[in-house]
Design a protein around this ligand. Structure first.
Ligand code: HEC
Length: 195
C-alpha cells in the first residue's frame, strides 16, 4: 500500500517537473536563462557532492588532530557556517535536514519530511528529485546515507558510538535524536534551493 502511494507520488512528481521543463527548455524569460530539469539535477548533485567533500575532509582532519571529541566541537561550531558559505558561493540555499536531527535547526520541514518518507519507503528508489514550490523556486533533494565513519557520532550507543562520546553529544545538543544509525541507513537529505 505504502509502495503504491510512493509510486503515485513519484509519477505525479515526474509529470509536474516535465511540464515545467517542456515549457522552458533553453528559453530565456525576461533576461533570465531558465535551466532544464536535467541541468538542475546535475547542478544539485555537483553542489551536494562538493559540500559533502568540504564537510567530510574538515571532519576527518579534526578527527586526526584531536579524535572524536575535537571533531564534535569542530562540527558544532563549523558545520552551519561552512554550509552557509558554500550556499553563497553557489548562489543557492544548501541545507542538510533530517527526521531525527542533532541540531534542531536541521529538522525537516513538512515538505522535506515527505521526501524523507519516500526515500524510507523504498531503498531502491533513493534517487535525487526536484520540486517546485509555490514561489516557483526549484529545490533539489538527494539522500544522505550513513557510512561507517559516521557511526562514530551517529551510531548505536555502546557500539561504534561510545557512551563517553554520546555524553559529549548530549552536552552540546540536549535534544539530539541523531543516533542509533547503522551503515546504509538514511541519515537525512540534502535540500538545495535554487535562486
Ligand atoms: C565527529 C562526529 C561526527 C561524525 C563522524 C559525523 N557527524 Fe554528522 N553531525 C555531527 C554534529 C555535531 C552535527 C550537528 C552540526 C550542527 O550543529 O550543525 C551533525 C549533523 C549532521 C547532519 C545534519 C542533520 C542533523 O542531524 O543535525 C547530517 C545529515 C549528518 N550529520 C550526517 C553525517 C554523515 C553522513 C556522516 C558521515 C559521513 C556524519 N554525519 C559524521 C557530528 C558528526
Amino acid at each position: 500500500m505504502k509502495t503504491k502511494f510512493f509510486y503515485m507520488l513519484l509519477i505525479l512528481g515526474l509529470f509536474a517537473c516535465n511540464n515545467v521543463s517542456e515549457q522552458q527548455i533553453g528559453e530565456e524569460v525576461q533576461g533570465i536563462i531558465v535551466k532544464t530539469d536535467k541541468e538542475y539535477l546535475e547542478e544539485g548533485k555537483m553542489i551536494a557532492e562538493s559540500t559533502f567533500k568540504v564537510l567530510s575532509s574538515n571532519l576527518q582532519q579534526a578527527m586526526a588532530e584531536g579524535g572524536i571529541e575535537n571533531a564534535l566541537s569542530y562540527c558544532n561550531v563549523n558545520a552551519m557556517p561552512l554550509t552557509d558559505s558554500l550556499s553563497k558561493h553557489y548562489n543557492v540555499a544548501i541545507k542538510r535536514v533530517s527526521d531525527k536531527a542533532r541540531n534542531q535547526l536541521n529538522l525537516a520541514s513538512k515538505n522535506e519530511q515527505k521526501i524523507i518518507d519516500n526515500y524510507l519507503a523504498s531503498t531502491e528508489n533513493r534517487k535525487p528529485v526536484l520540486e517546485q514550490n509555490e514561489n516557483g523556486k526549484i529545490t533539489f533533494y538527494a539522500p544522505i546515507v550513513a557510512k561507517a565513519l559516521c557511526l562514530n557520532c551517529h551510531g548505536i550507543e555502546g557500539e561504534i558510538l561510545s557512551s563517553e562520546n554520546n555524553e559529549k553529544i548530549k552536552l552540546l545538543y540536549p535534544e539530539d535524536k541523531a543516533i542509533g544509525y547503522s551503515e546504509g541507513d538514511l541519515r537525512g537529505v540534502w535540500s538545495i534551493m535554487f535562486n
